[in-house]
Design a protein around this ligand. Structure first.
Ligand SMILES: [Zn+2]
Length: 215
């Protein structure tokens, strides 16, 4: 069975997915990670994808689905947490073609309001020499603008500037909304409040999954 996990950039989806994988008995399947692995190992499908990306195009739904099917594997008893897929309704429909073996039992929306997301993302600072990350209010460095670990200068990524963040969030929302509506229509949509500490949100997430009596 598959639990689809969705959440905007900054909603903490990656962290929660890792926690569910290490403590919740789920195997995380990320199409993004799998795609990078194929490209790195120069598999036939990786070479195909690399050529597409080199032209500045998006990897097709068909290639992604091939990768996904391989990652899901043949074990129908496994609890799988799907991260980064489906990104559109066509992908959601294609995923349904595997329902005999891997039915989607719930699509969890890790929901954080946009004001909070903008604060989280635009407050991020990265060390220009060692790559350590900080947040101006949540996890600040001891001296403003200076890395605790190596003394390097902290910078804000262009991507994390407020204007870019707003654009990223609206792109995400317009892409994801139809997918969430698709699962809502099937009675599989479930919202989890993503506000609060990592542990708080994890408890809420586990509570929801337990409450859904999946099997
Ligand atoms: Zn540093």
């Amino acid at each position: 069975m598959i639990v689809v996990l969705t959440g905007a950039p900054g909603a903490g989806k990656g962290t929660q997915a890792d926690l569910l994988a290490s403590q919740g008995g789920y195997r995380k399947v990320s199409t993004g990670d799998a795609l990078r692995k194929h490209v790195r190992t120069k598999s036939p499908i990786g070479l195909q994808a690399e050529a597409v990306m080199a032209r500045g195009e998006l990897v097709s739904d068909e290639i992604l689905f091939q990768i996904l099917r391989e990652e899901l594997g043949p074990d129908s008893q496994e609890k799988i947490l799907l991260d980064g897929y489906p990104r559109n309704v066509a992908q959601a429909q294609t995923l349904d073609s595997l329902k005999e073996m891997h039915p989607v039992v719930v699509a969890i929306h890790l929901d954080v309001d946009s004001v909070e997301l903008v604060t989280r993302l635009s407050g991020r600072r990265v060390c220009s020499s060692c790559g350590a990350t900080y947040h101006v209010s949540m996890t600040p460095s001891k001296i403003s603008g200076i890395c605790d670990k190596c003394g390097g200068a902290l910078q804000q990524r262009t991507d994390d500037r407020e204007e870019s963040v707003r654009t990223r969030l609206s792109v995400y929302e317009s892409m994801t909304k139809p997918v969430l509506e698709y699962y809502r229509g099937k009675g599989l949509y479930h919202r989890v409040d993503g506000k609060g500490s990592t542990q708080d949100v994890f408890r809420k997430l586990v509570g929801s999954l337990d409450g859904l009596s999946l099997s």
